[in-house]
Design a protein around this ligand. Structure first.
Ligand code: SF4
Length: 334
């Protein structure tokens, strides 16, 4: 089984290989056979900066559980599909998705530094995704022609897998489109490979008239080690607005104490915990699902412990709706 990707791999995708191990901690061998079948369908990929934070002796380790293939992924579950958010229907042209008014999603690469087992795009075929300046021209033209757009969201895969020169070039082109106001980056890189937050990245991200917003993806407080926090501080000092989104995951962060620690750590480091997503029903990830009633109860516990600004919105996505859907917390439910 392939084990580790390098900290900042230059190639790799949901369908491609990982690199030879940089190091190999003692993973329980009993896990190997069952996990291999799942890894054949969706390759195991984890950078060493993340692997070092896993307690490999603990099968329930919250960071390990997010990335280690499991036999549970092979179990078909009714209601869980390969395209749970119907993104194929939201695609205007290859690489350009519009789900909501005023903003578009530009998928600039299919590559990710890590393969999260719960990812709603784990079945996506990235073969036709434009990932070069020439290939982005049709998407840029479509954005330029639509004056209702004020924000471009760079997504993927993970957009920070691309070299800084290419991202700088793309950002400059976007900044020439007068109706755009904001550039949002959705990336797991600041958390999984913190040294990616380097000076060239900070330069193209802030040397633009577009307001830079970085949405990181952190699910558990143990992900926020000193190197990650230092990278976040570099972005804040450069003037980037930082938000965090998490996915509520069974066996990872489905306890009020864990979520409270996550939110407090984020706030203490000036990152807004803005969304807690219910799991998107993607095939292979049903074992991560937390029922809605339990999710509501968790948020109520957070509300009782934390200031309002530290409590994320509990949301879910329903294809075709004009925004993310807030889960009704009610007053009388369980
Ligand atoms: S959750 Fe993000 S980083 Fe993880 S596999 Fe999906 S797109 Fe990649």
């Amino acid at each position: 089984m392939p084990i580790f990707a390098k900290d900042h791999p230059t190639r790799g995708s949901h369908s491609s290989s990982t690199h030879p191990p940089a190091e190999r901690p003692g993973r329980p061998s009993a896990l190997e056979a069952a996990a291999q079948q799942a890894a054949d369908l969706y390759p195991f990929r984890v950078p060493s900066a993340w692997a070092k934070r896993i307690d490999w002796e603990n099968l329930q380790d919250p960071l390990g559980r997010q990335v280690i293939p499991s036999a549970e992924e092979l179990r078909p579950v009714s209601g869980f599909s390969t395209d749970p958010l119907a993104e194929q229907g939201a695609r205007r042209i290859p690489g350009l998705l519009q789900k909501y008014a005023g903003r578009v999603l530009l998928q600039v690469t299919g590559e990710c530094p890590i393969h999260c087992r719960f990812c709603f795009r784990r079945h996506e075929n990235y073969a036709d995704l434009p990932d070069s300046p020439a290939a982005w021209l049709p998407a840029l033209a479509a954005i330029a022609q639509d004056a209702s757009l004020h924000e471009v969201v760079l997504s993927g895969g993970d957009p920070l897998m691309l070299p800084d020169g290419r991202l700088a070039d793309l950002t400059q082109r976007l900044a020439t489109i007068p109706h755009l106001r904001r550039l949002r980056i959705h990336s797991r890189m600041p958390v999984v490979t913190p040294r990616r937050i380097n000076q060239p990245l900070l330069h193209w991200l802030t040397a633009t008239r577009l307001t830079p917003v970085m949405v990181i993806h952190c699910n558990h407080p143990d992900e926020l080690d000193p190197a990650v926090l230092a990278g976040l501080a570099r972005m804040l000092e450069a003037g980037v607005l930082l938000l965090n989104q998490s996915v509520l995951l069974r066996g990872v962060n489905d306890e009020a104490g864990i979520l409270a620690r996550l939110c407090e750590t984020l706030i203490n480091h000036r990152v807004i915990p803005y969304y807690l997503h219910l799991l998107d029903p993607v095939a292979g990830a049903a074992h991560f699902q937390v029922e809605r009633a339990e999710a509501r109860a968790l948020i109520r516990q957070l509300q009782a412990r934390l200031p309002g600004y530290a409590v994320p919105k509990l949301v879910w996505e329903q294809p075709g709706q004009p925004s993310k859907m807030a889960v009704d917390l009610g007053l009388s439910g369980p």
